[in-house]
Design a protein around this ligand. Structure first.
Ligand SMILES: Cc1cc2nc3c(=O)[nH]c(=O)nc-3n(C[C@H](O)[C@H](O)[C@H](O)COP(=O)(O)O)c2cc1C
Length: 177
């Protein structure tokens, strides 16, 4: 699959086959996501992979009921977090720009999409999820205070081929001066 094809054919997959994702395969996916660019190469994004069905069901019920139907079939739930106050900051802890901690979210978004594209290249489906009880889940997962939980990614072998949602045209997206 070339890069354009990978970008064009990746879809948010919300229904998965009853088949596990091997740890070795997911490690390959993470090793590819590691090549995402980041602020001064700070590489602040971290992945917590949860493969226990019981644990995924607990998370769905208690912290992410809105996305419960996705979690009901997903064999691997990835909790994506960032190490805070590195990306966009100087060594002395002062913000490098007026954007403050905005750059850490920027880096995490790039890394997460890279993870999803790498997964897609291996035949794995995924969907990024932003709707969940972040403070509650941070506590439940023991995310340390120097980290922030940003997103959940459901991952697995696709059991659906979603239709591509419409995209805006270049004329809406691009202004050329
Ligand atoms: C930051 C972010 C948060 C999202 N949160 C959710 C979510 O909570 N539940 C869900 O079903 N999809 C979620 N999505 C997936 C979007 O709905 C999806 O990417 C969009 O509809 C475009 O579809 P596509 O990914 O198939 O191109 C999220 C996507 C992003 C980037």
């Amino acid at each position: 699959m070339n890069t354009s094809e990978c970008i064009l054919t990746r879809r948010s997959v919300r229904k998965f086959q009853d088949k596990p994702v091997d740890r070795a395969l997911f490690e390959e996916v993470v090793s590819l996501a590691a090549w995402a660019p980041s602020w001064k190469n700070t590489q602040i994004t971290r992945y917590l992979a949860i493969s226990s069905r019981e644990e995924i069901e607990t998370i769905a019920r208690d912290y992410a009921p809105f996305n419960g139907y996705i979690l009901s079939s997903c064999p691997l739930l990835v909790a994506v977090s960032v190490v805070k106050k590195r990306s966009g900051y100087e060594r002395d802890g002062s913000p490098s720009t007026e954007r403050g901690d905005g750059w850490q979210m920027f880096d995490c978004g790039i890394a997460t999409q890279t993870l999803c594209l790498a997964a897609h290249d291996k035949g794995l489906g995924s969907v990024i999820m932003g709707v969940f009880d972040r403070p509650g889940l941070e506590k439940h997962l023991n995310i340390p205070p120097e980290r922030e939980l940003v997103a959940l990614v459901a991952m697995g072998w696709p059991a659906e081929e979603p239709k591509a949602p419409r995209r805006k045209g270049v004329e809406d997206l691009l202004e050329w001066r």
